[in-house]
Design a protein around this ligand. Structure first.
Ligand code: ADP
Length: 238
């Protein structure tokens, strides 16, 4: 055991979709997630891999509190989610967890600045972030200040990706969750994107979870969690 604070802790967590069935027995429900024990220390970068259908999206939703486990305990940054109402979980997420979605989920008709401001507004104190902090963050992410007034739907994929990171980081989250965003990029752009994320993680000291099925990316990260090894495992995998 280390003395480093824990960012994520799972204990005997199961989650099953109400209408989920196994492939072979139509009437036999099977849990999408069944993890006996898993923890991540704060400040680590973790690569999570798994085949399609192995439970990656479900796991991320449980970590973000958008899904609640059927049984077991999940603690994120020391907060046990099952003790929070849905509203409090939403608030906790807005304050402490940044998410970069696969499709970036920018609001297409809003400008880059407005996209970031909306996230800031729903984060700390319902206030718009000062323009100076948006400009600083964007310049760190190699987004020229001229882009701030451009609608998101006029950006390249690489620019959208960096805006999605800026939006996720504006509230200085302790945990950043990134869902396989690299599929639309070529190899060098993808490597650049991951290096940028890791540099931000080091500078802002957040825990980074990066989900992908592309195993060649695992070497960039401190830890590699193979979902297949801990999900539905009979024994606890340390
Ligand atoms: P991944 O992200 O690794 O592709 P998912 O977490 O989406 O995997 O899915 C894990 C399992 O849960 C799969 O068997 C999938 O079919 C099932 N599943 C996912 N979402 C739903 C849903 N809304 N209803 C029923 N079953 C679902």
């Amino acid at each position: 055991m280390t003395n480093t604070p824990t960012a994520i802790e799972f204990e005997n967590v199961t989650f099953g979709y109400p209408n989920q069935t196994t492939r072979f027995k139509i009437d036999s429900p099977k849990n999408a997630i069944d993890i006996k024990k898993w923890h991540v220390d704060q400040g680590r970068s973790v690569f999570i891999s798994g085949e399609s259908g192995s439970g990656k999206s479900t796991l991320l939703n449980l970590i973000c509190g958008t899904l609640v486990p059927t049984s077991g305990k999940i603690s994120i940054l020391g907060q046990t989610f099952s003790k929070l109402s849905e509203r409090k979980r939403d608030r906790f997420r807005a304050l402490h967890i940044g998410v970069v979605f696969q499709q970036f989920n920018l609001i297409p008709y809003l400008t880059v600045k407005q996209n970031i401001e909306v996230a800031a507004f729903f984060g700390k104190g319902r206030k718009f972030a000062p323009t100076s902090s948006i400009i600083n963050l964007c310049s760190q992410l190699n987004l020229a200040s001229e882009l701030l007034q451009k609608p998101a739907n006029q950006l390249s994929v690489g620019q959208q990706q960096r805006v999605a990171i800026a939006r996720a980081l504006i509230n200085q989250p302790e945990l950043l969750v990134v869902d396989e965003p690299t599929s639309a990029l070529d190899t060098s752009a993808r490597d650049g994107f991951i290096k940028l994320l890791l540099a931000c993680a080091k500078q802002y000291r957040f825990t980074l979870l990066f989900v992908s099925h592309d195993l060649s990316l695992a070497n960039y990260f401190d830890q590699h969690l193979k979902l297949a090894e801990i999900n539905h495992a009979q024994e606890v995998v340390e």
